[in-house]
Ligand binder design. Structure first.
Ligand code: SF4
Length: 66
């Protein structure tokens, strides 16, 4: 199982992650990325997850294996 974590201290709201995971990523009222708990777990490390990690300029978008 893979879980998305967004480091809220480093997220700058570029929204690059949103372009790879439009069904998963949401934004809070201040414009920073967040992922609802119900959408944070994924059975596989998909290309979209890899791209979101690779393209986050702040390294705030992370996926950890559980
Ligand atoms: S790409 Fe990274 S810094 Fe930008 S909104 Fe997504 S998690 Fe935040």
């Amino acid at each position: 199982m893979y879980r998305i974590r967004i480091d809220s201290h480093h997220c700058q709201g570029h929204a690059r992650c949103l372009s790879f995971l439009p069904e998963t990523v949401d934004f809070d009222d201040e414009g920073y990325a967040q992922v609802p708990e119900a959408k944070s777990r994924h059975a596989e490390m998909t290309d979209a997850l890899r791209q979101a990690v690779a393209n986050c300029p702040e390294r705030a978008f992370q996926v950890v294996e559980e």
